[in-house]
Design a protein around this ligand. Sequence first.
Ligand code: SPQ
Length: 428
Amino acid sequence: MKLNKVDSLKGEITVPGDKSISHRAVMFGSLANGETVIRNFLMGADCLSTVSCFRKMGVAIEVGDEQVTVQGKGIDGLKEPEEVLDTGNSGTTTRLILGILAGLPFHTVLTGDESIAKRPMARVTEPLRQMGAKIEGRANGQFTPLSLRGGDLKGISYHSPMSSAQVKSSILLAGLLAKGETTSVTEPEKSRDHTERMLKAFGADLEEDGLAVSIKGGQSLTGIEIHVPGDISSAAFFLAAGAIVPDSIITLKNVGMNPTRTGMIEVLQAMGADLEIRYDEASLQAEPMADLTIKTSSLKGIDISGDLIPRLIDEIPIIALMATQAEGTTVIRNAEELKVKETNRIDTVVNELKKLGADIEPADDGMIIRGKSRLSGPASVKSHGDHRIGMMLAVASCITEGGLTLLESEAVNVSYPDFFHHLQQLSK
Ligand code: SPQ
């Protein structure tokens, strides 16, 4: 895809539904008794992989234009699939479904795409084995394909070595399906808490105590209606674009503002961005929402590390681009988890932005970016099949002299199928 520099970005858009919340709504709706209606569901490839996996286990799921309806028949309503469950490119589907399959008394085989095959699964298969799940797989269950025989789980008290919502959620879901005992997960820093919030909304009793979350096994869930807020991780691309493209003003409607996800907002504020936040008072219950307006800004470099990292982990590629346009140095630390995403996002961000002339170097657990650089092409850059890298490079094209050619641009369909359409709409 050929992408050119733009003069300005102006207008209002509504970003698609939150990916993390859309996945969980289908999963919990499939485990629940009764109907679950999911509005503003993200029709991205990842969430559709989740739908396909649960359909293969016999759950009736109707996918409408922007609404998904799940006819849950309770945990016993799930059946042994006749086919392999394919989780596509989705780490969330793969790791969360493992927690559910661990608690179900039948056999399943799970696989995904080339990128999923490289992502570490021992972080969930190990604790799930401790709970009693029988898991076989490549390299002793470290990688897909994996096969499971679940059921008869016992509760555990698990201290996760990493702050990961996928690890936490996988173990809590297995804990929910365990027999009567309590399962608790403690993480080093708080990761996104959509599972905790949504399980409560489905009627589960769950306790949170600082960095620990506990759930009692054997509880049943009841179907609900869910309105999925806009994905702040998708909004992040246009927040950054609005800040770095000259003469711009962009409004983003109904963006999810769960405090475990708003690290990007804090970074924009610390860098000096001209950002206005208007909370939707009616939404301040399960998952808060706000309208955001960003204008072209003079940015300054900052340090990003510690407990902020899990709250903006998926935004680091676009933050790195923003940092190339900030005065001074931006240092990102404690973000080693970037190495095990859809790509090694330290390497892909550094290598692709260097092609445009950015002053950026990798670190063991992050990167160092010196601004302000003039990005110039024409250059050929590549998403490497990683949606967030693809969208970051498309935003980079807006300020790149001579424009760029983006290879593997279709990767954006994983989380934001309308991305290029929205970019075009704002640049008119
Ligand atoms: O689902 P997937 O592929 O892991 O997606 C990513 C992304 O960029 O969209 C990460 F590559 O988001 C993860 C996120 O990094 C989604 C997620 C969730 O919904 O629970 C949690 C985070 O991952 P982790 O490993 O820190 O739990």
